[in-house]
Design a binder for this molecule. Structure first.
Ligand code: MG
Length: 391
């Protein structure tokens, strides 16, 4: 039986807060993680009723919790599983996961561990592992790998454009990009000007699935699959919905106009990084103008951009189509040789790279990418007359 942790107040949560030391002032700052919670109480009444019922019910619980005041929070699935197992007094807990398990210092799987040993190992990792990057470099399993990298030899990802700019300016050897000649700064919006970890994009995708489901009448999983197919085929779900279902783009975009912006927070690092850029800054997004303005205003970055080049400006030609690049090129006389483009989508960066722009991939996926992260500027620079599609 499918349940969520909200049903019958199964899982009561408290908002998770994390603190981070500000490198400038050395003060501890509270980092807002949005609607992420930790279980505080588990009411097993409903579960016990199901488990002990005459019919053979297997409760399947989605890792969602409810706060004292009734708000919905996301909770890590393994944390929820642990809390449920504890509250039920379970004898065994089995995890199906893509993580190997606990590894010892030689990288061997630890097959058995007491609670005391686990606590000791966690404390040891806090002392030597996570907060001591050099310890990680000394670790033989990580030798030849750079810190935080998902792939051997790949640099750690910059979580958003502000961090990438900051690192490039500092001359970080892991982000060897020359931005000294750039005078036009193109930025994607979603998951580029705020970190993907905010979860905001997930809410967008969710709304989109609701809509595809409404228009097509498909079950949710099939609607989601169709949404992804259109995204792959057309660069944008909306484009597929327009072509195959005659959807009105204005009606489609309206579904995002009342999305909660709570997950998006001001980021002083982003603001400072953008402020000091010489030249003009432009937004280049597949979203519509209303969404872009809402997000930029919420992030406190709206005043920094000369223009928001949105899906309407592009005549509903989304990135990565050559038409989208040709249109922004024409509208703003973009010279690729002095233009840098920051994006969280590798696919959307490819045409920019081909045009000769300096491209910077940001976000959690950057570590997994094998794409040229920052091609040396000018290497592929070709004069592409503004307004003409690249060939
Ligand atoms: Mg994006």
């Amino acid at each position: 039986m499918g349940l969520s942790g909200k049903d019958a107040r199964l899982i009561t949560v408290e908002k998770v807060t994390r603190t981070k030391k500000d490198p400038g002032s050395e003060l501890e700052k509270v980092v807002d993680l949005g609607y992420v919670g930790e279980p505080k109480a588990v009411d097993t009444t409903l579960l016990n009723a199901l488990i002990t019922a005459e019919d053979d019910y297997i409760p399947v619980v989605a890792p969602i919790g409810v706060s004292q005041t009734g708000e919905t929070y996301n909770v890590n699935a393994d944390t929820v599983a642990g809390a449920l197992a504890g509250a039920l007094g379970a004898k065994r807990m089995l995890l199906l996961t893509d993580v190997a398990g606990v590894l010892d210092k030689d990288g061997e799987l630890v097959r058995q561990m007491t609670v005391a040993e686990a606590r000791q190992a966690i404390a040891g990792r806090r002392r030597h592992g996570r907060h001591d990057p050099q310890a990680r470099d000394r670790d033989p399993r990580r030798r030849g790998r750079r810190r935080g990298s998902g792939h051997p030899g790949r640099p750690p990802p910059a979580r958003h454009a502000g961090r990438a700019l900051h690192r490039a300016r500092r001359g970080d050897p892991d982000l060897p990009v020359d931005l000294s000649h750039i005078d036009t700064w193109l930025f994607d919006l979603d998951n580029t000007l705020y970190p993907a970890e905010s979860g905001f994009m997930a809410a967008i995708v969710d709304r989109m699935t609701d809509y595809v489901q409404k228009v097509t009448g498909l079950p949710r999983d099939e609607a989601y699959a169709l949404q992804k197919t259109y995204l792959t085929e057309h660069g944008l779900t909306l484009k597929g919905m327009m072509i195959h279902h005659g959807v009105d783009p204005l009606e489609f975009h309206a579904i995002f106009h009342d999305l909660s912006l709570e997950a998006l927070v001001h980021d002083p690092e982003m603001l400072a990084a953008l402020e000091r850029l010489p030249g003009r800054r432009l937004i280049f997004t597949n979203a519509d103008d209303v969404h872009a303005e809402r997000v930029l205003t919420r992030l406190g970055l709206g005043h920094l951009f000369d223009d928001v080049f949105h899906i309407g400006s592009a005549g509903y030609w989304p990135k990565p189509s050559p038409e989208a690049f040709a249109r922004i090129g024409a509208a703003h006389a973009v010279d690729p040789a002095v233009t840098a483009f920051f994006e969280d989508s590798e696919r959307n960066l490819a045409p920019a790279h081909d045009l000769g722009m300096t491209t910077v991939l940001v976000g959690p996926w950057a570590a997994q990418s094998h794409a040229p992260l920052c091609p040396p500027p000018h290497r592929q620079a070709r004069a592409v007359p503004a307004g003409r599609a690249p060939t």
